[in-house]
Ligand binder design. Sequence first.
Ligand SMILES: Cc1cc2nc3c(=O)[nH]c(=O)nc-3n(C[C@H](O)[C@H](O)[C@H](O)COP(=O)(O)OP(=O)(O)OC[C@H]3O[C@@H](n4cnc5c(N)ncnc54)[C@H](O)[C@@H]3O)c2cc1C
Length: 413
Amino acid sequence: MADVTIVGGGIIGLCSAMALQDRGYTVEIIERGEIGRGASYGNCGLLAPGEVVPVSRPGVVKKIPGWLLDPEGPLFVRPGALARDLPWLLRFLKAGSADTVRHIASSLAPMMKRVNSDYGVLLERIGRSDLLSQVESLMLFKDRSEYERDRFSWDLRSELGFDHTFISGSQVRELEPAIEGPVTCGVIMKDWYHFTDPLALTQALAEEVVRRGGKIVSGEALSFESERGLVRSVKLRSGDRIDTKRIVLAAGAWSGSLTRQLGLRIPLAHLSGYHVHAPHPQVHLERAIYYASGGFVLTPMATGLRIGGTIEIAGADPKPNFRRADVLAERAKTILPTLDITGSTRWMGARPFIPDTMPILGKAPSFGNVILAFGHGQVGMTLGATTGHVVAQIIADERPDVDLGPFRPQRFA
Ligand SMILES: Cc1cc2nc3c(=O)[nH]c(=O)nc-3n(C[C@H](O)[C@H](O)[C@H](O)COP(=O)(O)OP(=O)(O)OC[C@H]3O[C@@H](n4cnc5c(N)ncnc54)[C@H](O)[C@@H]3O)c2cc1C
């Protein structure tokens, strides 16, 4: 029997496995599909330490109702999902008040301050420092007023020690000559980098976990069997049973049903996002770019240019509406007119999202041997290595390096 059974082979499960092995624990990962093919596959690859301010925030909250009515807007709720996800959405909007946003940002900041150094160590350990491009990312705007309208967020980030440098349109073009069209200014995001191949990252982590004696079990965790406040085994859909000493639940957006079996009702929504991945884009970018005025990210990856973004509330495991991905590519052409998307692939995936935009991180209240580690929303890639580190500290009964109080699973009780 392994010391720790991890449910979910995405970035969170894999980073947890690595950190646990560092402390001498044996691990097994239960994965129902392919390793790294959930949200950790198709994301925009940003390592974005200053992304501490939630989407729902002063200045943006007012725009959200308008977006909700526009099927091609940055945040859309499919009518069929509204009944189920309305309570979640109301909580999400409520968390956008200035005081709550300050609380969220200052709670996330200590974790975010560690992400670059934690990934530095992790990537070196697996011999894949090449998977992180350390060219600082850019945020671009059609006009300065758009930047100014989000003054609340810029000031809050600065207060918390996440700096940025405002630059003119011509400075933008000096850095990225391929950028054309409606861009009059931008911001260099200090210490924001990008992964050049998220799938290669999770695969390299999985290989290292196995090389160090870890096991990957193919199967879907369906239920837990418990006795006297401890989960003793995990039942798989196949009927097999895996006896366990401790569990880390890191099943991303699909963690809800297993959490309910632990007597917890955590508001976890699937927030779908899309990408178009162009293998031969015929444009060169040095760094990841978030075009704030268009609501999409452009990330130069080892396998092409990824254009990603949008939030769609469509229920659990919906059919993709690839029109949303096509809109991303069309918008990208407004600032990259020569972009070639011939041979591109389209993808939809689910961000595991808690309405207060903070992950669930800590022991399950009634089951001392279960650690919950999910709900990382739009920053799961960023927080992967640091989450793994903290999960290992919880299991080793060490005092965590960051205050986990704000992330406690019972905060919605
Ligand atoms: C369009 C888009 C862009 C994004 N861009 C960024 C970005 O630039 N930067 C950033 O930091 N984050 C980004 N994110 C968010 C990030 O991708 C996620 O937060 C992160 O990948 C979540 O990791 P995870 O390991 O929790 O979940 P996942 O990667 O989804 O992994 C969960 C795994 O659990 C498995 N699983 C589920 N249920 C079971 C079960 N019952 N039994 C066994 N296995 C199970 C799944 O198959 C899956 O492999 C983006 C997300 C999207 C959708």
